[in-house]
Design a protein around this ligand. Structure first.
Ligand code: MG
Length: 233
């Protein structure tokens, strides 16, 4: 079995906290089956909205529009798999204005996302919904406006999943991502991949956008989210 597939079980690497694992594991005499049942009973769904460039993949500064130019940041598929295993719905909300500058077409971006999903499938980390905005004009869907989050929420509702804004979080690498989350009514975590934490913190403060944490990447953001959701059980 390739290492990739083995990681897709949702089992955390040694030393990583995961929702529900710690307390039950320390109790003597409890069988594995009982622990699993307890964990399943305790799992309440939640929603993670994700920016793409700089969160899932390396952000080279130019629009990433072809699979050959797409590089997952370290630990990203595994972090998405851990979130899914803990009950997350994963929603991508990405501004892709390059299409308006004739750098790409929406079709190219959709094909890239289809290929990305195939790769994430190998990790049991498929995104549940992908929303993309293809303009740099200030439309309701372009972040920092929350239209893509609202539209994804409406689509998920049609599919039978109600997004609970008290159990949802936005993860981005720019303050406009956090602002979209804030306008939607959910907290935000920023990853310091494109800008350093000090710059992000100062920018968020200047814009009056609350941020619950600034971490170094999606794996650390996933740890924070799992702790947040665990605390709400
Ligand atoms: Mg970004």
């Amino acid at each position: 079995m390739p290492a990739k597939t083995a990681k897709a079980t949702g089992r955390p690497p040694a030393g990583r906290a995961v929702a529900g694992a710690g307390k039950a594991a320390r109790r003597p005499g409890r069988t594995t089956a009982k622990r699993s049942l307890r964990k399943a009973e305790g799992t309440r769904p939640f929603t993670v909205f994700l920016d793409r460039d700089g969160v899932l993949n390396e952000n080279p500064g130019l629009q990433v529009r072809r699979w050959k130019d797409f590089r997952f940041l370290p630990g990203v598929p595994e972090a998405l798999a851990r979130l899914k295993a803990a009950g997350a719905r994963l929603v991508l909300v990405t501004n892709q204005p390059g299409t308006m500058m004739l750098l790409s077409t929406p079709g190219m971006i959709h094909r890239l996302h289809d290929r990305m999903q195939e790769d994430l499938d190998l990790h049991h980390a498929r995104l549940d919904r992908i929303e993309a905005s293809f303009t740099f004009l200030p439309t309701r869907r372009r972040k920092p406006r929350p239209g893509m989050l609202e539209d994804a929420t409406a689509t998920l509702a049609e599919e039978g999943f109600a997004v609970d804004r008290t159990r949802a979080v936005m993860v981005g690498d720019k303050v406009k991502d956090a602002e979209a989350g804030h306008r939607f009514g959910i907290p935000a975590i920023l990853v310091a991949t494109t800008h350093d934490a000090t710059t992000l913190g100062a920018h968020a403060l200047k814009r009056g956008v609350p941020v619950v944490a600034i971490v170094d990447g999606l794996p650390a953001a996933a740890d924070t989210i799992l702790r947040m959701m665990e605390g709400q059980r």
